[in-house]
Ligand binder design. Structure first.
Ligand SMILES: [Zn+2]
Length: 269
């Protein structure tokens, strides 16, 4: 019953959640209160579209422990109008709980043989990196099957001025992780590190200096073992921290403490 103990004693953060998702429509208030009571001290709800960025800000306005980001996810760039950027800027400026621009980036995964519009994704990624620079906010990067282009664009954009942030739901190699760390970025991991086939992701985790590490659920997705496949929530972060504790050979409470401090610093809590 070791895991149960983690639930009781630990405080932790969830730096990437989607509580605006329709899968919480039935019990959103209850689940948010419940995860807060179970130790999740801060939650960042992530924007994916204009509408969902607004919903994230609304959730942040309603709960003092919820923060929000605004951004267009790479998979949503085709359904987003060209004039989205001033709208995102206004939303970010009007809220005192917008802590980052995201999630933004590149996703070249092919679903239903639909070819990703790489040029449009690159345009949105660059524009939103520019917005983060302008507003002096960190970025939440989503990058899938697009490591090379992500690094190229980041290198290029960082020449124009400093950009800080996190690569979320990390899925690339330890080598790529080291490059991102070298660029000054943080890395965050979801419940994927608890999966049986997570060897590569665990190698990457081991390559991340602990002062650059963050915890996240990406809920309602990515539920960790032993709850894989079920709807996820921030109360399951202790499973992720337990795995991190194993890899770093440190007490779980210490991992929780360090990752909270890392997030405090990055997001200016
Ligand atoms: Zn996400």
């Amino acid at each position: 019953m070791q895991i149960f103990r983690y639930y009781i004693i630990m405080e932790f953060y969830d730096t990437h959640a989607h509580y605006d998702d329709e899968r919480y429509d039935e019990d959103r208030d209850e689940i948010l209160q419940s995860v807060h009571e179970r130790g999740c001290k801060k939650i960042i709800n992530i924007g994916c579209t204009l509408e969902r960025s607004k919903k994230s800000l609304d959730l942040a306005a309603k709960y003092d422990f919820v923060y929000a980001t605004v951004g267009i996810h790479p998979s949503d760039v085709c359904s987003t109008p060209d004039d989205y950027l001033p709208k995102l800027r206004d939303m970010a400026k009007l809220s005192n709980k917008c802590v980052a621009v995201g999630e933004i980036g590149l996703d070249y995964t092919v679903f239903d043989s639909e070819v990703p519009d790489k040029a449009r994704q690159e345009r949105f990624f660059r524009e939103q990196l520019g917005l983060a620079r302008e507003l002096n906010l960190p970025v939440i990067i989503h990058s899938r099957d697009a490591a090379e282009d992500t690094l190229r664009i980041l290198r290029d954009e960082m020449k124009k001025g400093e950009i800080c942030g996190v690569t979320h739901c990390y899925s690339y190699s330890a080598e790529v992780a080291k490059i991102l760390i070298g660029m000054g970025l943080h890395i965050s991991f979801t419940g994927v590190i608890t999966f049986k086939n997570a060897r590569k992701t665990l190698e990457s985790l081991a390559a991340v200096p602990i002062e650059r590490l963050l915890t996240e659920t990406d809920c309602p997705y990515m539920s960790p073992e032993p709850e894989r496949g079920k709807r996820n929530d921030s109360g399951k972060i202790p499973y992720i921290i337990a795995k991190m504790a194993e890899v770093y050979e440190m007490p779980a409470a210490e991992i929780a403490d360090i990752t909270m401090k890392n997030a405090d610093k990055l997001f200016g809590f």
